[in-house]
Design a protein around this ligand. Sequence first.
Ligand SMILES: *[C@@H]1O[C@H](CO)[C@@H](O)[C@H](O)[C@H]1NC(C)=O
Ligand SMILES: *[C@@H]1O[C@H](CO)[C@@H](O)[C@H](O)[C@H]1NC(C)=O
Ligand SMILES: *[C@@H]1O[C@H](CO)[C@@H](O)[C@H](O)[C@H]1NC(C)=O
Ligand SMILES: *[C@@H]1O[C@H](CO)[C@@H](O)[C@H](O)[C@H]1NC(C)=O
Ligand SMILES: *[C@@H]1O[C@H](CO)[C@@H](O)[C@H](O)[C@H]1NC(C)=O
Ligand SMILES: CC(=O)N[C@H]1CO[C@H](CO)[C@@H](O)[C@@H]1O
Length: 661
Amino acid sequence: MQPLVRVLVLLALLGASCAAPAVPDGDEEQPVLSPRNWTHVLPPEAAFGSGREPTVVLEGGRLNRTVLNARFNGTEALRRLRKLARRLNMPPLVDKALRLLNLQQVVQEVETSVMSKVSCTACRAGVSFIQHYIRTGKTKEDIIQVTKHFCIKLKMSTPRVCDGITELFGGEVTYVLQRLSLGPEEICGFVIGDACGDVYNPFHEWKVSFPPVPKPPVTPTPAPPKVGSPTFKVLHLSDTHFDPYYHEGSNADCNEPLCCRLTNGPPATPAAAAGRWGDYRKCDTPKRTVDSMLEHIKTTHPDIDYILWTGDLPPHDVWNQTRDENLSIIKQTVEQLSTTFPNVPIFPALGNHESVPVNSYPPPFVKKDYSIEWLYEEMDAQWRRWLPPSTSPTVRRGAFYSVLVRPGFRIVSMNMNNCNNRNWWLLLNSTDPGHELQWLIYELQAAEINNEKVHIIGHIPPGHSDCLKVWSRNYYNIINRYESTVMAQFFGHTHYDEFELFYDNSDMSRATSVAYIGPSVTPYYDLNPGYRLYYVDADHALTTRAVLDHENWVMSLKDANLYDYPIWYKLYSAKSAYKMNSLAPQEWATLLDQFTSDQDAFDLYYKHYWKNSPVRPNCDAECRKRLVCDLRCGRSHDRRSLCQEIESRIDSQTGENLVKT
Ligand SMILES: *[C@@H]1O[C@H](CO)[C@@H](O)[C@H](O)[C@H]1NC(C)=O
Ligand SMILES: *[C@@H]1O[C@H](CO)[C@@H](O)[C@H](O)[C@H]1NC(C)=O
Ligand SMILES: *[C@@H]1O[C@H](CO)[C@@H](O)[C@H](O)[C@H]1NC(C)=O
Ligand SMILES: *[C@@H]1O[C@H](CO)[C@@H](O)[C@H](O)[C@H]1NC(C)=O
Ligand SMILES: *[C@@H]1O[C@H](CO)[C@@H](O)[C@H](O)[C@H]1NC(C)=O
Ligand SMILES: CC(=O)N[C@H]1CO[C@H](CO)[C@@H](O)[C@@H]1O
């Protein structure tokens, strides 16, 4: 029966896709991880805190939002913008949009990815502007000039940032808009999602196809493995954002997307000086902090079996990047990781900051000058030191791959830029870029047939608002279909310590999968640097390949700068801190429910979310609703159906509190 099923799968998929399977039928795939002879000590179940938590003394060094907001005068900027629009004879839609605009809020929303109607209005105005120019026959250079002019006049940022941004992005954005027949409503609905209303856009509706193999019955969650069963100890590193130009004592309080560099000039006051080990303001990771972390990991955890590395290596100087510079940062980081952890397999995933300009990942149909080959070929060359040659075709084509880690256990790495809604190339055609999802179905179907369990890794979490609605919906359906094969998912991108849950498509009371979101190494911004360790059920007869526990380690940036000594310590382990029986999806769902009613439980989560940063802001009821809702959203831009119930639960809870007090 099995060969027949396999042929059916192949036929079904070949009809739908031209993405080739990683390994042709018949070839024996060799696992990349050799068996180890060590046993790991899992975190204690009940007692908490083996590491020392340094005492926290707080003053200075934080991002002062009041000052930041005052620096950019939204009212004034808007007045100038409308004047300019009238002078340039813009269509009435533009002026109407502008009247409704709060630019200050837009700047903040773009930065935090928490979008509202306001950003939607700004997007529509901007698109109308550029489309108006294109229609009147202006060249790419004209458009870049006028956009730069706007940016500087409106004091959106410093002149050199305006200059860099428009030069870097202008060409590609104009290229895409020139070839597009959609209006501002559709374009902004696509880029911003839910906050721009549910604009019907048939051009961007698509569905991947599943093979005619029925979903196997879901078996009850197996009991956790016996104490002492073999485990893998897995290091998760994400979002290093290493800045080679970080400079201690430079200005940390600048008006640009990235500070703490010599080019930011001297600090105005001693409190504005960049710290030695990093800074809570808009600054990335200095070399000494990356070095200190890797050294600490190497000595504290000599028994790591493999490493998940979920992307975003370059710093946030997005206005001043070159391909050469970025490739050089990728090469340096790869070199450093492989010398620090020789003989440890590393499984990388591609971030949204690896390309130049940031977020620009043209699908395979974009050829010549704008093709992404320059990056994917280098990734293939770099990643090859850890990955087998069988991964090369898909890495070169789309920066994704599938690899057998141990017999019966596979890791699939996704290029999540194919769902990145700031990847403007997708406006041209968002249909399963690079056939990645169709390929994923093939891999998961083959795994199901071969009795393999799979872990999926990637950069942008599939339920995040930065992930395209249509892509995310397809992905969610795939996880739902293969819930018995995909045992866990691992992402980064947000810089916070959080997770996303997937539920049965027809029963929101049954959680089917967890996407873990690992904390960032960079403190950008208001954060402590951190990393995570997972313990995974390893090789034995009854293995589930489930995640059994995870441990989170951080460094108090404040104390490191105060005492000029970095201390990395274990902040918490999941099972013990949250009093969970296991890390099964349903256990996380129960915990999430607890966050809606139990303030202490939520506060503990919130402290971990910020990696115990002493400068974390307070979280009011709205903030709590947003964060708990994030946890429930494995599918993006669908909060109405996924969150309404818990939102009203939190509302009634806070209402009750009001009545009580
Ligand atoms: C594991 O094997 C290495 C040699 O391959 C040996 O030096 C080491 O002592 C062994 N460790 C254990 C815990 O058996
Ligand atoms: C931010 O700066 C303003 C003006 O200098 C000051 O009044 C305020 O206390 C500062 N806020 C914080 C949290 O430091
Ligand atoms: C912003 O500009 C408006 C109009 O030009 C002015 O009235 C207002 O005082 C300014 N606000 C700040 C905080 O500087
Ligand atoms: C851009 O980066 C270069 C270093 O590669 C630096 O010399 C230059 O000052 C930077 N420009 C800006 C505007 O930050
Ligand atoms: C978009 O791409 C898909 C698959 O690559 C293709 O089938 C479809 O025709 C394309 N759509 C348009 C409008 O070009
Ligand atoms: C900062 C940095 O690493 N710059 C590098 C950019 O790329 C060129 C060419 O690869 C190198 O020569 C620079 O050192």
